[in-house]
Structure formats: C-alpha cells, structure tokens
Design a protein around this ligand. Sequence first.
Ligand SMILES: Cc1ncc(COP(=O)(O)O)c(C=O)c1O
Length: 932
Amino acid sequence: MKHKPIATQEQREIAINLYRSVWEVRNDGWIHLSDNASRLLDVEARGGDVELARARAAETLDLLEPIESYWAFPGRAGFLRLTGLFQDREYAGFNDLVHRISRALSSQSYRRSFVSLHLDEEAAVEEEERRETEGRVDRGYFEVLVVDEISAQEEETLRERLRSMRREEDKFIYELVVVPSFADALIAVLFNFNLQAVVIRYGFPLKSRYKLDILRQLLEGYEEEGLESLAESERGCLLGTKIAELRPELDLFMVTDVSAEEIAGKLCENFHRVFYREEDDRELHFSILRAIENRYQTPFFTALREYSQQPTGVFHALPISRGKSILQSHWIQDMIQFYGLGVFLAETSATSGGLDSLLEPIGPIKLAQELAARAFGAKRTFWVTNGTSTANKIVVQALIQPGDIVLLDRNCHKSHHYGMVLSGAHVVYLDAYPLNEYSMYGAVPIRSIKQRLLELRRAGKLDRVKLVLLTNCTFDGIVYDVERVMEECLAIKPDMIFLWDEAWFAFAGFHPTYRRRTGMGVAKRLRERFRDPEYRQRYEAFQEEFGEADDEHLLATRLVPDPDRARIRVYVTHSTHKTLTALRQGSMIHVYDQDFKQKVEEAFHEAYMTHTSTSPNYQILASLDVGRRQVELEGYELVQKQVDHAMALRERIATHALLKKYFRFLTTGDLIPKDYRPSGIESYFDSQQRWARMQECWYTDEFVVDPTRLTLYIGPTGIDGDTFKHDYLMQKYGIQINKTSRNTVLFMTNIGTTRSAVAYLIEILVKIALELNERNEDMSPPEMRLHQLKVESLTKRLPALPDFSHFHRFFRCGTDATTPEGDMRKAYFMSYNEAQCRYITMPELQKYVAGGREVVSAMFVIPYPPGFPILVPGQVISKEILAFIEALDTREIHGYRPELGFRVFTDEAVAEAASSTAGGVAAARVAAAEAT
Ligand SMILES: Cc1ncc(COP(=O)(O)O)c(C=O)c1O
C-alpha cells in the first residue's frame, strides 16, 4: 500500500498474547474499520483533522490486508477495490463498501447470496447480483484453497474458468482462495473455516510474504526444521501430508505440469487425485464437487427420510408409526403439535422391512458407520443407542474374560465398574491425584500406571493383564498425554489394549491441538511411527541403555516400545450426544485394533448383541449420521469457536472487579500439580500476562486442561456447589449445569454455545454477585459469624479425598495377594444372598474400624457429587473413607441408606467365601478367629 502507516498505540500492540485468537483480530479489525470509515466521513464533513482519521483507517487496512488474503470474501479483488477508494479519497464510497463487507461478514450473508462490491448505482452489478443470488439459494457454500505462485491476472482467469463450469443442478458452490507459499497454505488451512478442498500446484516457495505475529502463531508447533532443503518438486507431497495432519477432513488434489503419471505413482495416500495442468480443469471441478458430496451424504438419514414419504399400511407392533395412534386420538394431539409429524412418519423398525438393521447392518447403516469411522479416524465404528454407559459395557465384555486383569481409574464412570462385574475382570484400581481443595480428582499419573504394571510383572501376572481403561478427558476437563501413556504401557506389555472413555471428547477429533490427545488420533500416529526406520533407531538406543534397567530406573524413564512387538489396540467410546449434534443416548464405539479381526470380532459381535436393543430408536441413529456430516464439514470451525467463547468467558471473569470478589475459574495451575506441567504454564489467561498459547502446554505436559470446560470456584460465596446449582443458577435464572463439587460448579461450553449465551452467563453472575453483596451487608453479627464459618468450611476445611483402600484378601485373586487386583464379581453376587449381608450404622462402623476390625462393603457406595464409588463390593472400609463420607454434605449417596447405614458382609460370610477359595482355608480360620 502506498500510504505511510502510522502505528497507533492500539495496533502496535497486536502481538501474540493480546488477543485470544486471529479470528478475534479479524472480527475486531472490521469493527474498527467500520468506525474509522464513519469517522473519516464525519471529520471530512465537519472539516476536522482528516489526516489523523485517515492514518487510523490506514493502519486498520494494513492489518486486514494479510488477514483477508486467506479468505474468498471480500477476496483480493474486493479488498483492492476498498483500498482504491481509500487512496482516491472517495470516503463516501469507502464507508459504504466497508459497512457492506462488514455486515456480510458478521451475518455470513455472503455464503447465501452474492454481495456486490461495486457501488450501488451500477445497474449492471445489480443484474449480476440477482443472477448470482438465484444461483446460490439453498446451495452449500465453501471455499477452495489453491496453492500456487501466480499473478493476480492468472488468478482471475482461473477463477473465471472454474466459475464458468457451474451448472444449475449443482448442490454446492465454491469460491477460490489463492495463496503463494507452503507457509501461507498452512496458515490458510488453520485460519479459514470455509475451506473444504485444497488444490496444490506443483512447486511453490516455502515462506509467507507476511510477517504478522498473529498469523504466525497459528503455525506454532506445526512448522518443521529442514524444509528449506526440500526440492520444490517434493513440497507438494509434503504439504499434502501436513494438511492431512492438521485438517484430515479436507479434500486434497494436486495439479502438476510434470508427468502426472509419475507423480501419481509417488503420491501419498492423502490426495484424492492428480491432474495435468489446466487440461483437466473440468475434471478438477467435478472432482471437488464429488468429494464434498461424499462427506455431505448421510446414507441412513436419507434412507429414513425416503422411507417416511412412502405410503405404508402398518400391521406391526408400532402404533405410533406414521403418527397413527396420535392423529386418531382425541386426547394427545398436542404431541404432534409439539414434535411435528416428521418424527412419527419416520418411526419404524428393522423388522418392518425397508430399512437396515442396527444388529446386522448391510445397507445404509453399514455405510453410515463406515463414514463415521472415516470421520473419527477409526478402523471400525459402531453406533450405540443407549449412551456410552452401554458402549463401555459392550467394549469391556468383548475384550475381557473372567480372570483377566484390568487397570481401571477408580474415578471413572459407573458403567465401567459394572462392566467389571459383568465381565468378571480382576480389577486393579488406579488412584487419580486428588485435588482436596476443590473436592475433586485429577487424573492418573503415568508413574502409578507403570508402577502397577511393573508390580504385576514381578508377580508373574503380566500375561493376564489385558486392558488399561482411562477417562479422557475427565468430567472436570483433565486431558491425558495419550501418546505417552500408550507408548510407556506398550513398552512394558506390547499387546496391551486401551479403552479410552472419551464420553466428553467426541469433538476433539476435529481440531489439530485436541486431536493429538485423543485415542484415535494417537493410534494412527503410533502405527505410522512404529513403521518409521528413525523410530527403530530410537528404540535400539533406548534398549541399549535401559534394556537391563531395574524398576526404579524404568519408573523414572520415558519408556520406548519395541516396534516389532507392539500392537496398536485402541478402543474409544464417545457420548456423541454430549458434545456433538446427536439425540440423547446417541453414542459411538470407535475401534483401531490391529488384532480386531483375528481376536475380537466374534466376541465383539456377541457383546454388542448382549447390550443392544432389538428396537433401537431410528431417530437417534439418523442424528448420529447427520452429526457426523456436520463435524466433517464444519467441525473445525465449531470447535475453534467453542474454544474462543470459553476463553472469552475466562477473560471476563478474571478481569471483572465485582465477579473477582466471589468467583474465579480454576486454572491449569489449580487443577494440575507442578510436577505434571513441564511447560510451567499456570493459566490460559491472566490479566498481567494475558494469553498463553494453548498449544505450548498441549505439546509438553503430562496433563492439560480442556479450556472449554470451566470450573468456577465459588468458595468465597459461602454457598456450596449443590445449593448454588439448584437455588441460584437453575431456579432463579434457568441456567443448567451438570456437575458440582463442594466449592465449585462446572460450566461446559459446547458447539452450540453462542456469544450471547456467554454474555448471559456473565450477566447472571454479576446479578448473583450483587445479590451476595447485599446479603452480606444486611447480615447481623451472628449471621456474619455463621457465614464466615461456612466460607471457611468451603475454602479451608475440606475433607481429604481418600485413595482406594484395598479389596479384602478373600476377594483378592490368588493366595499370595502381593498384587492388588480384586474379583468384584464374586463380591457383587455374594451380596445377593441376604443371609451373608447386614446393615451397619455409621457410629457402629466407626467403632469397628477404629478398633482395627476389617469390615467389607457389599455394595457400591457412590456419593453425588463427586460421583465416583467411594466403596465397591469386596472393598475394605478404611477410616479415611469414613472421615470423608462424614464430612460430605452431599444430598445423594447411592448405596447408603441413612436409616440403616452401610450394607456390609457378615464376618461369617467372608470367612465362608474364603474357605471356598483354593488356599483360602487357612486365611478363613484366621478371619473367623479375628471375628470372634
Ligand atoms: C466419563 C463418562 N463415561 C460415560 C458416561 C456415560 O455416558 P452416557 O450418558 O452417554 O451413557 C458418562 C456420563 O456422564 C461419563 O461422564
């Protein structure tokens, strides 16, 4: 640009940590430019300091120029027109155009209708607008990135050539974005949500011509050394690989002017097709449209819709089908009024014929599940209509036989504990690190997992260890270093199977930072890594140094698995309905198991049959299909916006003077102890340092916090989490939240969260804070003393969270009992026998335990919150557990009856159980003697 930039204070500071994200800079940029343009017009009319107003506008234009080069609208030509008007001092036209673009961007109207960037009175343009609008209505709009160093003239010619191929019947319409270099292509892929396809030309420079910090930060962690030495001819392939890593959903094409046959032979799997220069433009155009259609298709949803339009007579056990039982009713018409007829027209079942069966899919369900597997990076995907509670039980039953050992986070969802009972697993409970100040748990450190595995190895039981089962991310948003956990476990046991309960993490596969820490993302990466010769060398060096090391050294070292022996056997369960578009209970099981066909398929089928309804709800299935389409086409955008909203919320609370008095969002530093945070990052946002880059800790730390889950610490209010949730958020303001602890409430953002929802929550918190101010001011001295005591109990005197004690030796498996695994099923079914159980009250129990007696729980005891089993069947009750239960002020404790107390085994029952166990007779005698 010809004008001389004069940096304002505001713009000079545009640096990495000032803004949450580059999208925010773009939004703000257009808002500033609109203000600048209006002011310019105004100053000119009033005869004020035009040069100053001009300098401001020039700065913003300078900022936006590189940013806009990655988007098709307003596009390079549109932006040039804008700067042309500015340079010609046509301020009225400039102002008009800036506002038009800004409005189109904020309402996204450019996706639906052509936005003219000529000045209004040009009649010819209006004509063009009308034509284009007609062409666009109801068509999916997207953008295609072309990576090539071409002139503006060539760019326009290419654009026109591709535009001329549009046909009336096309379902989609696209516009081009052209970037000249490797770095620009990566920036565009990360920045531009509208991209659905990338066309890589054969040879282009590496570096971007722009030096804007805020754009460079997008590449942090993604750039690699040594690119300079890469021959131009190889850059296209490498760029394809990089893009596939960042946004695997994008369709990639290559256009080359050297022999296309030769390139095609060398091409990596990531490209759909290779074309020879312009001669194949038409083919390229159709391939782009076909590829997006491939992601857009929803085989099952489409089949269901078609089915619902067919006339059928129903002689089947489904009176609601086609709305019949409702339409004929005098009393329940309001159901149709509320839901509409569509949902009932589509009510059907596999046995009524015409549609596929979930239990034995061969048609649209099968195809739709294959598409889901592709989208989520799995080898196989299975839909589940009864939530992840069922998905988890299916996987555990498929993988585990009675007597197999499973390492299980005790703090995981109850479906796993019940899964252990059903499968007869011998369970080694793993303890997550406690966060006593907030009455919640973190996650299980890799060191404790390794410790358990090494113990089992020493005891000669490693061959029975089948599965490591962890929750990623946890309810409170703690995310594992999935890669490290799998690598280190595989180094100890090369055929270890992993079940990652990602009930809360289905969205994570659609963002590159998150995907690095998902079960499916890592499974693929490890498979590739174990084939890499460089990795083999790393393994050999490790083996040389640590091959003979003792357990202490192994615990202190990052272990490297043997690539020839390690198998990738990973299962992931998603509550799709929790974080993506799907009806309640819509879940998925994703499988990436090299040995699935050989070792698991049959058992999996049986387990699936065990738990799957013969009347699955087809609406749920259809929603899973559509939800998959959504994330394959706009998942990246939705996740990034969700992160942005969550970060905005963090910033607001941290900087609001009144809110700070009562509330604070727990930071990474609060939720993850220092030892697990080598990055040293304490917080994504703080008012001094402003923004830390999320990528930094996501690359290095053992645990990270998912920023979209926000735990609000409310200790200083003197109100406990449960009361705050019910009496304040829900009853007064209709805000729904899911989880609380004694002094926290958890807010979850999701892909449906909007800026106004964020603003509403802030408004509510401000109202509550004002109310609390008033309450405190009006307190009498005794009330104030009581209040202070309450605050103290919520902020200082919190009961320590107890570790899992141990299974009673009669439920420990084997006579040596040197390792902690327990047979929970034995204890669980023993408790069905009334004669072997009794109830014991809290005071009585306290007396027994204080006196050194072993009392064994016959039940799961699960306080809500926190929601994990404080006792499981067969577990010895410890004084720490009793102290914790006593200090809890939780309303619900499942498995505990206040009037009767705890259900425990009688001493005789325990002794008898022992005598039936081989080698347990002697122990039984001891126990019987103890009991008397
Ligand atoms: C970690 C975890 N796994 C599984 C489930 C069960 O999922 P669903 O509600 O889909 O049955 C939950 C539910 O909250 C959960 O938190």
